[in-house]
Write a protein that binds this ligand. Structure first.
Ligand code: BEZ
Ligand code: FE
Length: 293
């Protein structure tokens, strides 16, 4: 501890304790973190009482977290840090599809499905026909790409949020594979907007800020193909009432899509649908793998 400890000198004193680390990246991260933390406290003149409140908040974040309740991830999401990192890690050129959060509702072990399958798992709702194409930055179709897709039901709930009702069966999610023309297609039901969890510490922040807790209607996609960088993204209803104020900042313009509503008639898969239905058609552009990625 330096003898001439002041509000300014303490920062350097703490930073120098990392000089002995042999891990250069670790050292860089902590020296910079200490700098910003101390600058933050000095700038806002943080009081001891406020910091105790914050530490209690962090403790409660940890206590409520579990493998199925990711409150720490949610904090990163609602503070925009998750989407900042997503944006920073976008390796492809400007022509690649933008990425967006994985979110907490992706699950391992989801069923595989053939193109054209109904992946709704029997959940009632407005029929939705999704047709997609996976191409590289030159527009060349990517065959045999794996396409994970998942979404909520018409009430805004994912299958994993209603395991009792659905008897632990997967619904509204599947792993598909693109054909030789890079195409995939499936039938399901339309999702709906839903709130992020608000019964934990993150809910307190959103309420205190009087901000929207809703996520506009969206469908998730995760593409993996040999020789290409994985792409995790979401497509949003362009005309959703919550578009432009997604609680987790993923609903960027480039990912807003037309989910087109049709009167009863012939669906894209050639079947006759006797109720109104919705179609979504999108081309996803993925980046080729480069050395070291
Ligand atoms: C989702 O996309 O499913 C999601 C993302 C972040 C927080 C809550 C939900
Ligand atoms: Fe979602």
């Amino acid at each position: 501890m330096p003898s001439n400890l002041t509000e300014q000198t303490i920062t350097g004193a703490v930073q120098r304790t990392f000089d002995t680390s042999t891990d250069e990246r670790f050292r860089q991260l902590f020296v910079c973190l200490v700098q910003h933390l101390h600058d933050f406290a000095r700038e806002v003149r943080l009081t001891g009482e406020e910091w105790f409140t914050a530490m209690d908040f962090i403790e409660r974040l940890g206590k409520i977290s579990s493998p199925t309740r990711q409150e720490v991830v949610l904090l990163s999401d609602i503070l925009g840090l998750s989407m900042l990192l997503d944006t920073m890690s976008q390796h492809g050129g400007s022509s690649t599809t933008d990425s967006a959060l994985l979110g907490p509702f992706y699950v391992e072990g989801r069923p595989t499905a053939e193109n054209g399958a109904d992946i709704s798992g029997g959940v009632a709702g407005t029929p939705m026909f999704v047709t997609g194409r996976v191409v590289d930055e030159q527009g060349t179709p990517i065959a045999d790409a794996h396409v994970d897709t998942w979404h909520s039901d018409g009430e805004g709930f994912y299958d994993v949020q209603q395991t009792e009702k659905l008897h632990d069966e997967f619904a509204m999610r599947a792993l598909l594979t693109t054909d030789e023309d890079g195409r995939f297609w499936y039938r399901s039901i339309t999702p709906r907007y839903y709130p992020v969890p608000t019964d934990g510490p993150c809910g307190e922040i959103m309420r205190a800020a009087n901000r929207s807790v809703m996520r506009p209607q969206h469908v998730h996609f995760w593409f993996h193909a040999e020789g290409y960088q994985p792409l995790i993204t979401q497509l949003f209803y362009r005309d959703d009432p919550y578009i432009g104020r997604d609680a987790v900042f993923a609903d960027q313009d480039s990912l807003q899509a037309d989910f087109v509503r049709h009167e009863p008639g012939i669906a894209p898969d050639g079947t006759t649908v006797e109720e109104p239905f919705v179609t979504l058609d999108w081309t996803f552009v993925v980046a080729a793998q480069t050395d070291g990625q």
